[in-house]
Design a protein around this ligand. Structure first.
Ligand SMILES: [Zn+2]
Length: 358
């Protein structure tokens, strides 16, 4: 490339997390290689006019030396920034994108790939019988690769090397921590039922609707909502999806995480608490087990009159829900009660929430 624009630099920066692989770019004079270069690779469109426009764009004639298959890729250097759909976590190639960026004059090192193609084309006739079989196998491999590819997309995040941004948007101290959390909840996501199906009462698991977002993006979006309280419309713009999709995904994730994380026991033993206790507590209140307080969350005014009066908190002079939380001396949150209506007293909630029985 003659001169690298800011965007392209940015672009390479983003792809840093991509794992090395044997993929290489089929564009003449481009020697992008998955092992050595930090670019993403994109398969040819399956059929139709778009496939032809790709072939025309890269100026290579399909034939014995150039056989387009599942392992033929065009690297991201040949697309402009607008060809991709960007979210804070991933980038995906848009359905109508066609490669347009080519450097016809660049010096290039000899391509070993070309040599490989020539030799493989000289195979004996016997092998051709197996080709149909191989084709059907490569179909499956293809699908598997699609999955791998989407997983690799996750590792191409915009904020991956900026822990401050990660902290700001989702409240995780590092990106690695966020990935670890994602890896922890991911196995359970197979059983995650979309809120949409639940609402319509027609849960049909055999109908697999194409996901509009990558799973890790969904989680990232959900955490943005929790941490920054962004409006759904705002998230819809940022993540390039419809606002109703945002709403459904947020509800789905909040239900899902409620069930997954609820099963974790966060109540520590007395010994654990004592080990971590700050010195001040050790001298003044050595037997402290938990520090409790009620917190109130403002809510909209309920339309039901009965609920209206129940939710009204005289202390806050507004409608609230109330929850009892408990922390240990070193600051970790170890108890969160269910939500109660704002008119209930702290004493009542303490009795009801089940803390006493623990
Ligand atoms: Zn290339």
């Amino acid at each position: 490339m003659a001169a690298m624009s800011e965007d392209e630099k940015d672009f390479l920066e983003l792809s840093k997390m991509g794992k090395g692989s044997d993929q290489h770019c089929c564009v003449p004079n481009c020697n992008s290689n998955g092992r050595r270069h930090q670019v993403s690779f994109h398969r040819f469109p399956q059929v139709g006019a778009r496939r032809n426009s790709w072939i025309q764009a890269i100026r290579r004639d399909p034939g014995p030396l150039f056989n387009i298959n599942a392992y033929t890729f065009v690297c991201s250097l040949h697309f402009i920034r607008e060809d991709f759909k960007w979210t804070p976590v991933t980038k995906t190639l848009k359905a109508d994108a066609v490669p347009t960026v080519f450097s016809r004059t660049r010096d290039f090192t000899p391509r070993r790939e070309l040599f490989k193609h020539i030799t493989t084309n000289k195979k004996p006739k016997l092998q051709s019988e197996n080709e149909t079989l191989l084709d059907s196998i490569s179909e499956e491999v293809n699908q598997e690769e699609d999955i791998q590819e989407s997983e690799e997309q996750l590792r191409n995040p915009r904020f991956s090397n900026d822990d401050a941004m990660i902290m700001f948007y989702i409240g995780f101290s590092t990106y690695a921590l966020f990935l670890a959390f994602f890896d922890y909840v991911q196995p359970a996501t197979n059983s995650m039922t979309s809120y949409y199906y639940k609402a319509t009462g027609t849960i049909n698991l055999s109908v697999s609707r194409q996901r509009t977002m990558v799973l890790i993006d969904e989680l990232f979006m959900f955490l943005c909502r929790l941490k920054c309280g962004l409006f759904e419309q705002d998230l819809a713009c940022r993540f390039n999806v419809h606002v109703s999709t945002v709403s459904r995904k947020l509800i789905t994730w909040s239900n899902f995480l409620y069930f997954v994380l609820d099963s974790i026991n966060i109540w520590p033993t007395r010994k654990q608490i004592q080990n971590k206790m700050p010195q001040v507590f050790k001298t003044l209140y050595p037997t402290t087990r938990v520090i409790i307080d009620c917190t109130e969350i403002p809510t909209e005014r309920p339309s039901s009159l009965a609920l209206n009066s129940k939710c009204y908190s005289t202390y806050q002079s507004t409608h609230t829900f109330k929850s009892l939380v408990g922390i240990v001396p070193h600051g970790a949150l170890i108890f969160i009660s269910s939500l109660y209506t704002g008119s209930m007293s702290d004493v009542e909630i303490t009795k009801l929430c089940g803390l006493v029985e623990l």
